[in-house]
Design a protein around this ligand. Sequence first.
Ligand SMILES: [Zn+2]
Length: 142
Amino acid sequence: MTKSEISKLDALWSKYVKEKAGYKCEYCQEEGRQLNPQGVWLEAAHIIGRTFRSTRWLLYNGMCLCSGCHSGYDQHRPIEKSIREQVIGLPKYEELCKTKQVIAKNQDYNEIRNKLMADFGEAQAIALFGGTANEEERPSNR
Ligand SMILES: [Zn+2]
């Protein structure tokens, strides 16, 4: 895959994760700026870090967190354990830990993109985002 294809998939993954969560932090429940001008900055966080290609673009490897909760999770502060238990759930976490060990060879952009769109819901993806991988955020006309 080219660098540009990788960043398109990252952007698509990120907006699906945030949309799926309804633009709230899945841990502290704070609303994002998409819902409220005083809202927090939301990020699409990888449960299993994105260095692992086999889980990088799985929709279920994502959670929508505010930047505070996200950095606590990534920096292994005590909040990491609470997020793992309350947001992710241990069975899902363990499954992701197994999946990340699969060596991802010859990944195909279209295949990954189609799977990501199907997991999110293709009709909904097209209705919300026009089916493109280009915009980061929700269109403003909604
Ligand atoms: Zn939060």
